[in-house]
Design a binder for this molecule. Structure first.
Ligand code: Q46
Ligand code: ZN
Length: 349
């Protein structure tokens, strides 16, 4: 197998592109895909200060690496979720958040770039598994809601122009698949690689939408980026994993199917659903009485989660096993059974 560009020996075959690449041409291909996504969707201006949400996984660290190489002044944001802190050593998921934080810090130190850190247990008094159980939410629902709020708040506080997340093509295709299966029309109307800022929200972008998981893993290995390989232990049984498996089976028989599914949706269908998404906030947004964030209620969803997740009575109920964690979202909160919010619950890798 020869590299499509230089005819050297290839190290990776990309069937969706009907191509194979040597190591250096593959790295160039990844940077080029990100550059094209940024240009195609007007994601970033060259002077934008970018806050990259990093989880310590391959996608977010690969994204940060590529943005730095493309010359965007970017800094990282790591949110400690307290996942696996209470799990006995040797058990699955043990020390998950500690390891992911260490990977993010090591990358920032190696590249000499700033990493902003927020710690959910230390700064807000709860970790994702316990807080979600006390609030009677699915862990991924509580986690996704917290991350969306904290990314936005950190970007406002630090005066960043844009938040970049590591959602890749596999993530976006899986979210689209899930929302299409249920015809979650409001979410379909907002599933875009760019969410504009304004009204208390910072612009959000997903520059990895042209690259798949396998490409990101290969990129990090070839670049010597030491990312956390372990999946979040809370992801087990997650509906999106099932959607990804289904799409992988389709892609296997029909290379390029994921790309066509997502990009043809953007090109031909997403505008049809846009009015349904816009209608959701037609009444305008108020400010949270507690933190000042935009909200449709009196108190924003994050402040309400903090109140429940740190309520001593609820925590006591959890500790005696009465407040069992339910799978599936409640109150229509994205990330659970109610649907998959554009922007997703995850930092993505
Ligand atoms: S970190 Fe959080 Fe994900 Fe873990 S708890 Fe779920 S949403 S799976 S990317
Ligand atoms: Zn609030």
């Amino acid at each position: 197998m020869r590299c499509r560009r230089c005819r050297e020996a290839a190290v990776i075959e990309l069937r969706q592109h009907n191509a194979a690449f040597c190591a250096s041409c593959f790295l160039r291909h990844c940077r080029e895909q990100v550059r094209r996504a940024i240009e195609q969707f007007s994601m970033l201006a060259s002077s934008d200060r970018v806050l990259v949400a990093v989880s310590g996984g391959k996608d977010s660290l690969g994204l940060w690496d590529i943005l730095l190489d493309l010359g965007y002044p970017s800094e990282g944001l790591y949110v400690g979720l307290g996942i696996g802190d209470g799990t006995a050593e040797g058990e699955p998921g043990s020390g998950y958040s500690r390891s992911s934080g260490a990977a993010a810090r090591a990358f920032a130190a190696a590249r000499g770039v700033r990493l902003v850190e927020i710690d959910l247990p230390g700064d807000y008094g709860f970790d994702v598994p316990t807080g979600a159980a006390a609030a009677r939410r699915a862990p991924c629902s509580a986690c996704g809601l917290s991350k969306r709020h904290l990314f936005n708040q950190a970007a406002l506080d630090g005066r960043y122009d844009v938040v970049a997340t590591g959602h890749n093509l596999d993530d976006e295709a899986a979210v689209l698949f899930g929302n299409t299966l249920r015809w979650n029309t409001e979410y379909l109307g907002r599933q875009l690689p760019v969410l504009p800022g304004g009204d208390g929200f910072v612009k959000k972008v997903k520059p990895l939408v042209r690259l798949g998981e396998r490409e990101l893993a290969a990129y990090c290995v070839l670049r010597g980026i030491d990312y956390i390989v372990e999946e979040c232990p809370m992801a087990a049984g997650n509906r999106h994993l099932g959607y990804k498996e289904a799409l992988n089976a389709i892609e296997e028989r029909s290379p390029g199917a994921k790309h066509a599914f997502y990009f043809e949706f953007l090109a031909r269908a997403s505008t049809l659903f846009r009015p349904l998404a816009v209608a959701e906030h037609e009444g305008g947004l108020a400010r949270c009485a507690s933190c000042g964030s935009p909200t449709t209620g009196e108190v924003c969803a994050f402040c309400s989660l903090v109140a429940r997740a740190t309520d001593p009575d609820r925590l006591a109920a959890v500790s005696v096993g009465l407040g069992r964690t339910r799978r599936g979202g409640r109150r229509g909160v994205p990330g659970g059974a109610a649907g998959s919010a554009p922007g997703g619950a995850s930092v993505a890798g």
